[in-house]
Design a protein around this ligand. Structure first.
Ligand code: ADE
Length: 229
């Protein structure tokens, strides 16, 4: 998979992709990430990429020209499965979308900034607008990092224990059950007996019960969607 990211703050994106699993997946050659500075596509002598909004709206708007040039430069070289724009008014990003995107060959992500981007870019090029939650960040870079991180760990071979991505929260529409490790007892706090029983059937049953209980308590919205009609 290849992921291209267009940003006015490329340095902000270097660190999230240079550690742990995300770095290893790149080292293994399973994914290539290219971060492009939008200012490199500006024709302005001060490398400006924003301008005042028509109509008197407060705040700056990302200009059409550098973004158009950048997207054209990239799309002339390959076909993208999705051209994503990160914005608080996009559709809410979730595990299902991460699963779908992890099957892509090429993804282009445009990080939003300022008051937003000239609407004509959205109309012409953007195939998916994604928000990572109902709050406003200073820019789309952190949202892009979240999206890329969650996609990358789903690529086959990314995580050494293949089943561990499948048992994540949300993969089966439920929150993951609690997990424990050694020691079996610490300061009087005990690991549930069933996990030490060796009885695979009982352990799976317990895990499912815990997942259902946790989802009902913490995310009634998800629970009710599936179990209440
Ligand atoms: N840019 C600013 N806030 C955002 C959000 N919540 N999701 C995606 N991009 C954003």
């Amino acid at each position: 998979m290849r992921i291209d990211i267009l940003s006015v703050l490329p340095d902000l994106l270097n660190s999230p992709f240079n550690h742990s699993i995300v770095k290893r997946v790149q080292d293994k050659g399973l994914v290539e990430i290219f971060i492009h500075d939008l200012r490199d596509f500006s024709t302005d002598k001060h490398r400006r990429v924003d301008d005042y909004a028509f109509g008197g709206e407060a705040g700056m708007v990302m200009m059409i020209e550098p973004v158009d040039r950048a997207i054209n430069f990239l799309t002339q070289q390959r076909i993208y499965d999705e051209i994503i724009y990160t914005s608080p008014d996009g559709e809410q990003f979730n595990q299902q979308t991460a699963n779908k995107l992890s099957l892509s060959k090429n993804i282009l992500i445009l990080c939003g900034h300022y008051k937003g981007i000239d609407q004509r870019i959205r109309d012409r090029y953007i195939t998916k607008e994604l928000s990572i939650g109902d709050y406003v960040l200073t820019g789309g870079e952190l949202a892009a990092a979240v999206i890329v991180d969650s996609i990358i760990r789903l690529i086959p071979g990314a995580i050494s224990d293949e089943t561990s991505a499948l048992s994540d929260s949300f993969q089966d529409g439920l929150l993951a059950p609690p997990v424990y490790t050694r020691p079996a007892e610490y300061k009087g706090m005990k690991v549930p007996d069933v996990l030490l029983s060796g009885n695979f059937y009982e352990i799976e049953k317990w895990r499912l019960e815990q997942s259902l209980k946790k989802t009902k308590e913490l995310r009634p919205d998800i629970y009710n969607d599936q179990f209440v009609d």
